[in-house]
Design a protein around this ligand. Structure first.
Ligand code: ZN
Length: 158
């Protein structure tokens, strides 16, 4: 729900910027003669020629700025903390990487920056977990690989 409102806000903002630019372009020669001369809107073969070879040729660049800012917005959406309403950079994976969270919202850190002791403790926990998983796997592997009572020599087809 939040994300949808943000996207709507972005679209409204871009449209507003576009309308302002359009109005400014239309009234440039009235509002600011200096600007009109330096953007090539006057003192050319015709107003439209001047417009398209002057300021008008930059309109594509405004489109480019739009594309770039949309890209930046999506990058921010991808890397910011997944806690709703939080704009910190999320670098700590939670739930096996489903979420990227900032230190404040990661459940392991309890709202504080991870201290040296916490890092040590979590690292030891992680190693203990890995060791437990590996010993369980080794047990299972032992059960599967151990020869049963009936399996003797491999069957040789004739
Ligand atoms: Zn956060």
């Amino acid at each position: 729900m939040m994300a949808r409102w943000r996207v709507a806000g972005l679209v409204v903002g871009l449209v507003a910027v576009g309308v302002l630019l359009f109005a400014w372009v239309l009234h440039a020669s009235i509002v600011n003669h200096w600007l009109a001369v330096h953007t090539g809107t006057v003192n050319e073969a015709g107003p439209y020629y001047g417009f398209w070879s002057g300021f008008g040729s930059d309109l594509a660049e405004f489109g480019l700025i739009g594309v770039v800012s949309t890209g930046v917005y999506h990058i921010v959406k991808k890397y910011n903390c997944h806690e709703p309403g939080c704009w910190r950079v999320g670098v700590h994976p939670a739930a096996g990487g489903q979420f990227l969270l900032c230190y404040r919202h990661h459940p392991d850190f309890q709202g504080k920056r991870p201290t040296h002791d916490l890092i040590q403790k979590l690292h030891q926990d992680h190693l203990a977990n890995e060791a437990a998983i590996h010993s369980e796997l080794a047990k299972l592997h032992g059960l599967v690989a151990s020869p049963g009572p009936s399996s003797g020599d491999p069957i040789v087809e004739q």
